[in-house]
Design a protein around this ligand. Structure first.
Ligand code: GDP
Length: 298
């Protein structure tokens, strides 16, 4: 997996790598070096706030440890980034039965793919899974999930009616009646600016809670790493509307914008439960800060 992750982060690393190589060349640390580092971080989608915060940490570390050359500065940056990201390393524990996971995100973020991967991974752990096909706006999404469920022996609850809240109510009740371990509740893609749709997903969440107090136990926001700084906007808006409890950062493999992870950590320190670096089941893995930083600086 370390190799896969390294490969997955190759575009972000390539972008950073050559710039880091010339910056961290062993020369003396001076103001010009800090300025260049600031520019590099900003162009890597780390964002203004996280860049300032990281630079402060790095400067403090340099002072505290009396570091003098840029090889040491590289280590100081690595450590500071690790510290920031470690706060987000909180793997998902499915503590209730059924454990209801509601997924949210914009269209194309990777929700359906994530549901497929999670369903198979939970099954492999011996857990029973039920999928609630709550994307009632796209008939194709419902059919796709149903076909997928049949192929993989996963129960899928869906409705023709087009009422996502009703699908969720049925699904949670069915899961309780059938002794299911995990409910994966899909929702339609939506933009934070579509206020009526944001209200609709709040209703979906309320109805899940009505069917099973305490649920959804996890509100998982799926983010496409390629969206860069826009991901930060999405995190804030979905969190304000729903109280997001975990993030999935998908498509890191195609993206040169992996630095956005630091921007998210700075803006809303919500645990990153999983990262996605490809389309295979195994390409979705729990987020480990040290692995991530190692792959970035490899
Ligand atoms: P949804 O609209 O949020 O349900 O998004 P989908 O799950 O349908 O994903 C949109 C596209 O992104 C599909 O073509 C997926 O195969 C692709 N995709 C999802 N996750 C990843 C990933 O981690 N890496 C890559 N390369 N592609 C992904």
């Amino acid at each position: 997996w370390a190799a896969r992750l390294k490969q997955g982060l190759s575009r972000t690393r390539d972008q950073l790598g050559s710039q880091f190589a010339s910056l961290f060349n062993g020369g003396k640390i001076d103001e010009a070096v800090y300025e260049e580092l600031e520019t590099i971080l900003l162009t890597a989608d780390v964002g203004v706030a996280a860049t300032q915060s990281l630079l402060e940490q790095v400067r403090a570390r340099v002072k505290r440890q009396s570091l003098s050359d840029t090889h040491q500065l590289r280590e100081a940056l690595k450590q500071s980034l690790l510290e920031l990201l470690l706060t987000l390393e909180q793997p998902l524990h499915t503590t209730h039965k059924p454990f209801v996971i509601m997924l949210a995100g914009v269209n194309g973020a990777g929700k359906t793919t994530t549901i497929g991967k999670l369903a198979r991974q939970f099954q492999a752990e011996g857990k029973s899974v039920l999928i609630a096909a709550g994307d009632t706006f796209r008939a194709a999404a419902r059919e796709q999930l149903q076909a997928w469920g049949e192929r993989n022996q996963v129960q899928v609850i869906s409705q023709q009616s087009g009422d996502a809240a009703a699908v969720m109510f049925d699904a949670v009740n069915a899961a309780q009646a059938r002794g299911i371990d995990i409910v994966l509740a899909d929702t339609a893609g939506r933009l934070p600016t579509q206020l009526n749709l944001m209200e609709e997903i709040r209703k979906v969440q309320r109805v899940i809670n009505k069917a099973l107090p305490g649920a959804p136990h996890e509100v998982l926001l799926v983010l496409d790493a390629n969206t860069g700084q826009n991901a930060v906007t999405q995190v804030k808006a979905f969190d304000d509307a729903l109280g997001v409890t975990g993030l999935v950062l998908s498509k890191l493999d195609g993206s040169a914008k992996g630095g956005v992870i630091a921007a998210i950590a700075q803006a809303r320190p919500i645990p990153i439960r999983y990262i996605g670096v490809g389309e295979n089941i195994d390409d979705l893995r729990p987020f480990k800060a040290a692995e991530f930083v190692d792959a970035l600086f490899a």
